[in-house]
Design a protein around this ligand. Structure first.
Ligand SMILES: Cc1ncc(COP(=O)(O)O)c(C=O)c1O
Length: 386
């Protein structure tokens, strides 16, 4: 087996930076994964870590889960992709409706695509262009939701996006009083990871619902990460009903996925049965393997499992905080607030814990109590003397 450095030398020759996802880069270069096994990842040097990254929160049951693999292989054995819709996507839409109460669904291959189509659907439905989003929230890599100053993003994008401070009801109210008549969608993440995994306040969410409705705009909630925190997503726990939501990650059972759900009246913008519908393509959208794997993952993530995993996360956060560490998050998602995240990432890795490059820890149902204890010890050791 090639060492990580050997792989990196080959990789930089054929890929910019030596990999495909800037989001997984750590200097001098990240280790290369060889395989996953339940809660563990083994890299190309044979080093084993407990996986608290879980592909940036997407793997709710760890790696190579037997039931998910069986569901995926059974679907694949009948054909992996068709130029026709299948019963799998119908069943998945029914599952998501039952979990969220949201009437209609469409599928794509990533959270980025889901947010992009959600925004486009909101613009089509309202006949307006302006999107309100909040500073520091990450919604994927679509032009309209990244910094307008970012290289490669056309300057014109800034004209149709208003970026407001997180959790500031007054600034939000003022902006809506001024621009509300032009706003198509308020785009909200209830616990933005890049902004430190701090849950948004209930008052702010209530204000978002009220201000959007008062201005004739849609409330669009990005639950790509937070869906794992409740059977129907985190918005249920806030008691808010969005017009549209974007999902991804856990609903694909470890395979590429994205979804947009919401009121039928709004989703009508995508319906080919209506004139002037918004085109929604994707050669591999709603592919049977993803749908089957996702349903197998969600079947084993019912109210009891969700509550149990969240309780384990809350307990781990409590224990880590008791050692003096600053830890944000909620339920099965934790975020270590440390100054030198890169150094901490490597120290965690050496201590046997694979985290997100920003200090994110995501638990999976594959972890035993012993694994959670080892995570705690690894984090404490890695952060000692910080
Ligand atoms: C809240 C949120 N929205 C959207 C995305 C984009 O999803 P994807 O990476 O599947 O494109 C992410 C990815 O981490 C996310 O955290």
């Amino acid at each position: 087996m090639t060492s990580a450095d050997g792989l990196f030398a080959r990789a930089v020759d054929v890929m910019p930076g030596g990999n495909t996802r800037t989001t997984v880069f750590v200097a001098p270069h990240p280790p290369y994964a060889r395989r996953g096994e339940g809660p563990y990842v083994i890299d190309s040097t044979g080093h084993r870590t407990i996986d608290c990254n879980n592909n940036y929160t997407a793997l709710i049951h760890g790696h190579a889960d037997r039931e998910i693999l069986q569901a995926a292989t059974a679907a694949a054995a009948q054909g992996t992709a068709f130029g026709l819709p299948t019963g799998y996507e119908v069943e998945m839409a029914e599952v998501l409706r039952a979990r969220t109460g949201l009437q209609q669904w469409r599928f794509c291959n990533s959270g980025t695509e889901a947010v992009m189509m959600m925004v486009r659907g909101a613009r089509a439905h309202t006949g307006r262009d302006l999107i309100v989003r909040f500073d520091g929230s990450y919604h994927g890599t679509y032009d309209g939701v990244v910094s307008a100053q970012a290289a490669g993003v056309p300057g014109g994008v800034a004209r149709d996006v208003l970026v407001l401070p997180q959790n500031d009801i007054d600034a939000f109210g003022d902006a809506m009083a001024r621009y509300g008549h032009r706003v198509a969608a308020v785009l909200l993440d209830l616990m933005p990871n890049r902004a430190g995994l701090t849950p948004v306040s209930g008052d702010f969410v209530a204000a978002a619902r009220r201000l959007a409705s008062d201005c004739g705009a849609l409330l669009t909630i990005d639950e790509v990460i937070t869906f794992r925190l409740g059977v129907g997503g985190l918005h249920h726990q806030y008691g808010v009903t969005p017009d549209l939501v974007s999902l991804g990650k856990v609903i694909g059972g470890g395979y590429p996925v994205g979804a947009v759900g919401g009121r039928a009246e709004v989703l009508k913008s995508f319906s080919p049965l209506d004139d002037g519908s918004v085109a929604w393509g994707g050669t591999f959208s709603a592919n049977p393997v993803t749908m089957a794997a996702g349903m197998a993952a969600l079947r084993r993530f019912d109210a009891c499992e969700v509550a149990e995993l969240n309780a384990r996360g809350d307990e781990l956060r409590r224990r880590l905080s008791a050692t003096g560490l600053a830890v944000n998050g909620r339920g099965s998602l934790l975020r270590l607030l440390v100054e030198d995240v890169q150094r901490t990432w490597w120290r965690l890795y050496e201590a046997g814990v694979l985290a997100g490059t920003n200090g994110l820890l995501a638990l999976s149902t594959a972890m035993s109590d012993g694994d959670i204890e080892q995570i705690e010890q690894g984090v404490v050791r890695a952060c000692a003397g910080r």
